[in-house]
Design a protein around this ligand. Structure first.
Ligand SMILES: *[C@@H]1O[C@H](CO)[C@@H](O)[C@H](O)[C@H]1NC(C)=O
Ligand SMILES: *[C@@H]1O[C@H](CO)[C@@H](O)[C@H](O)[C@H]1NC(C)=O
Ligand SMILES: *[C@@H]1O[C@H](CO)[C@@H](O)[C@H](O)[C@H]1NC(C)=O
Length: 341
């Protein structure tokens, strides 16, 4: 049984892996009562003291739903699946409200995570970085999906939609938003931003920077923006490569990009714990897919680690473990990676 502190599974995929903002801003949406909200980069630890939004700055659930519903209705084209019907999108709204009642997780927060993970496509496929992450919330080891095997279920039944919300909220297991909020602790609004980081990567980097560490660096600042009304139709000013080094109090200022002509830096390798001296002579757990067949030294990844925790440079690490993606976003806790061959 895996617990939240054990995993580093990268559960988020769609918001950036599948690229471009949806071109879903219909004239109707543009005329919505909900004012369009410009993206702000929030750096640091999630507290209002470091510039993150107070709960009083969040839009209401109804307003957020109005701002996002058009996206949910067109979001399955990113997966080559039939788009949500109006009824399916209506059922997402209803399920969010039902599951919020059952779990105590605020509906605004559930919606923000749904949009971050799948843009509200009921037929979002299951991703797997070692564990299944199915459905609307790409929940860790979730069991509900309307696309279990590459074939979209049409229509997606209400009970399945609700099940996907329950999986993500943490009602069906011990890893979900409910548990993330409990793990984040405290009473202030930063617990939501911290819980979003935990939901995405299983832990918060050692220095408390919510955009550092592994997985999707812009995740927590994206979620904060969604709560104050930013939608995928609006521009996105968070740079995955630099956000991890943006400190607190940086709201409203985008981080500097990589310098012209220079190599893109390997992100997130600065917020990690040092490896045990020399590594292990044998793997202490499951080995990384594609780990070198002639490996002589191993490093067992722990929750909170980044690629730099292995103690070797990223290019070498990747050459010895070819399953690692270019940004270290699929590093798995509990898995041993080859660090010398
Ligand atoms: C991580 O790298 C892969 C390519 O290896 C890319 O497809 C993906 O979009 C990247 N993810 C993020 C969050 O940058
Ligand atoms: C889904 O919606 C998008 C945006 O409106 C559209 O471009 C696409 O063709 C739709 N897909 C299907 C299968 O109808
Ligand atoms: C690293 O892992 C990949 C599988 O992801 C494997 O194919 C490759 O052979 C491994 N690298 C080495 C040097 O063995």
């Amino acid at each position: 049984m895996f617990t939240a502190s054990y995993i580093v599974a990268a559960s988020q995929l769609f918001a950036f892996a599948l690229g471009a903002p949806l071109i879903g801003a219909s004239p109707k949406q543009a005329r919505s009562l909900v004012a369009r909200t410009a993206y702000k980069v929030f750096g640091g630890d999630g507290t209002p003291a470091q510039g993150w939004p107070q709960e009083s700055e969040w839009k209401s659930f109804e307003d957020l739903w109005s701002a996002n519903v058009a996206t949910t209705l067109s979001s399955c084209s990113q997966f080559n699946m039939e788009n949500n019907s109006q009824e399916e999108s209506d059922n997402i709204k209803k399920a969010i409200q039902d599951v919020s009642g059952a779990s105590g997780v605020k509906p605004e927060f559930l919606l923000a995570i749904v949009m971050q993970e799948s843009k509200g496509c009921v037929r979002a496929p299951t991703t797997n970085y070692g564990f299944d992450n199915p459905g609307l919330m790409q929940s860790f080891q979730g069991t509900h999906s309307c696309n279990p095997d590459g074939n979209g279920v049409v229509p997606c039944p209400y009970d399945t939609i609700k099940g996907m919300l329950e999986d993500g909220a943490g009602l069906n297991g011990d890893v979900g938003l409910k548990e993330g909020l409990a793990q984040a602790g405290g009473d202030d609004v930063s617990k939501f931003y911290k819980a979003s980081r935990i939901y995405n990567s299983g832990s918060i980097a050692g220095d408390g920077n919510l955009n550092g560490g592994i997985a999707t660096h812009c995740y927590a600042t994206d979620v904060a923006n969604r709560l104050i009304g930013w939608t995928d139709a609006d521009s996105h000013d968070c740079d995955e490569n630099t956000i991890g080094s943006v400190g607190g109090g940086s709201a409203n200022s985008a981080p500097a990009g990589p310098s012209d002509g220079g190599e893109t830096t390997t992100p997130a390798d600065t917020t990690t714990t040092p490896p045990p001296a020399g590594g292990d002579s044998a793997p202490t757990g499951p080995t990384a897919e594609g780990a070198s067949g002639t490996c002589t030294k191993w490093y067992a990844v722990k929750a909170g680690d980044g690629c730099a925790s292995t103690g070797i440079d990223f290019a070498t690490l990747q050459s010895l473990n070819t399953s690692l993606d270019a940004n270290c976003s699929n590093l798995q806790a509990g898995v041993s990676y080859c660090i010398a061959a």
